[in-house]
Design a protein around this ligand. Structure first.
Ligand code: ATP
Ligand code: MG
Length: 355
């Protein structure tokens, strides 16, 4: 099988971790009879500074006929975050209807956990974040500007279709994994209209899945439970904002956001899905070749799953855990070692080839 992959390294450490993602992809391809043709797109904040655009006018058209999009990280000091986000990432997610953002939260062997007494396997669940509507909206504005009465209005839009499709995705995801337990993140005591509606839709969806156990937690106590008892979760579903926050908290609880992957999925497979590490461009360490490439490499594993090669995805994850759990193995500084980005990437690729 042969796949065309659109590759957007982006900014900062995106340029350093992407080659390692591609290196491992090539290694796993060779071992599993898959070939990947990467098409590189240098769209980034640099492009914005030079041309006034994050990507060319026909950028989305160019991405459309790829089998998947593999992204590093976008955003850098000098270009406001809302520009890089709203001119690249969000248009890709929305144009290609990637409404399900899937993020595993798993304590990996070899990654020190900030919570006492946790072993690999203790923390192992999935966050499903709504990725197309909700709180991340451009509706609203500034009013009575420059007067004493100045105020801003920020709207959130929750559609029945939008809520139902992400809830259904979460239940189906759990069913496929054999994890028949879905937790919903809500805040219906403080947010007057949208969250009670979300709860109502969640109850309706839960009724269609009688085999499942369901929980609903307000986002504040849910955050506390992520830290106090992360073992209790299987699939956690939340709105765009709540899912975003939880999916940095989850990797934080398992040691480091640097190893965490994410998938922006178009479940109907009409458009390409996009795979990217959870972390950003990390300007503080960019250019030093010390960034941890595991988030990018694990994102490649999720891409393999989505393309229909779960055994190849599993091989990558297995190689990551094997290399990280070696006491004398290469570790980047965030994991307490002195290895470079490339040394860790090379070791994982070698492990994939050796399996
Ligand atoms: P974004 O808004 O794009 O999500 P952010 O502001 O949340 O970005 P990151 O770029 O993710 O920030 O960086 C947060 C911290 O984590 C920084 O101190 C950074 O150095 C560290 N970090 C992020 N990714 C990595 C990585 N792959 N390896 C090592 N450290 C990392
Ligand atoms: Mg962030």
């Amino acid at each position: 099988m042969s796949y065309r992959i659109a590759v957007i390294p982006g900014d900062g450490i995106g340029n350093e971790v992407m080659p390692e993602g591609l290196r491992v992809l090539e290694a796993v391809g060779a071992a599993h009879g898959l070939s990947f043709t990467p098409c590189h797109y240098d769209w980034s904040c640099e492009t914005f500074k030079a041309t006034g655009r994050m990507m060319p006018q026909d950028g989305l058209e160019r991405l459309r006929d790829h089998d998947a999009i593999f992204l590093g990280a976008v955003g850098f000091p000098g270009v406001p975050d809302h520009i890089s986000l709203w001119n690249l990432l969000i248009p890709i997610r929305r144009t290609f209807d990637q409404y399900a953002n899937v993020r595993p939260v798993r304590l990996l062997a070899g990654v020190p956990c900030p919570l006492a007494g946790k072993a690999p396997g203790d923390i192992d669940f999935w966050i499903i974040r709504e990725n197309s509507e909700g709180e991340y909206s451009q509706m609203g504005g500034r009013f009575a500007e420059g007067t004493e009465r100045e105020f801003v209005l920020q709207e959130a839009v929750f559609t029945r279709t939008g809520i139902d499709r992400i809830l259904r995705y979460a239940f189906e995801f759990g069913k496929q994994l054999g994890r028949l337990h879905v937790t919903s993140a809500t805040k219906s005591n403080g947010i007057y209209h949208s969250m009670p509606y979300w709860d109502e839709r969640f109850a309706a969806m839960a009724a269609e899945y009688p085999d499942f156990r369901t929980d609903e937690y307000h986002i504040d106590i849910l955050s506390a439970r992520f830290v106090m008892s992360p073992e209790r979760f299987d699939v956690v579903v939340g709105s765009n904002l709540f899912g975003d926050i939880l999916s940095d908290l989850g990797p934080g609880v398992t040691g480091t956001i640097a190893v965490a992957p994410s998938a922006n999925i178009n479940p109907e497979r009409i458009y390409p899905s996009m795979f990217e590490p959870v972390h950003g461009s990390a300007p503080d360490i960019a250019g030093q070749n010390i960034a941890n490439p595991v988030g990018q490499i694990w994102s490649a594993a999720m891409m393999l799953d989505h393309l229909g090669h779960p055994e190849a995805g599993q091989a990558v994850l297995h190689a990551i855990e094997k290399v990280l759990s070696r006491t004398d193995g290469p570790k980047t500084p965030d994991l307490g070692g002195r290895a470079s980005t490339a040394e860790l990437g090379e070791a994982i690729a070698a492990e994939v080839s050796a399996q």
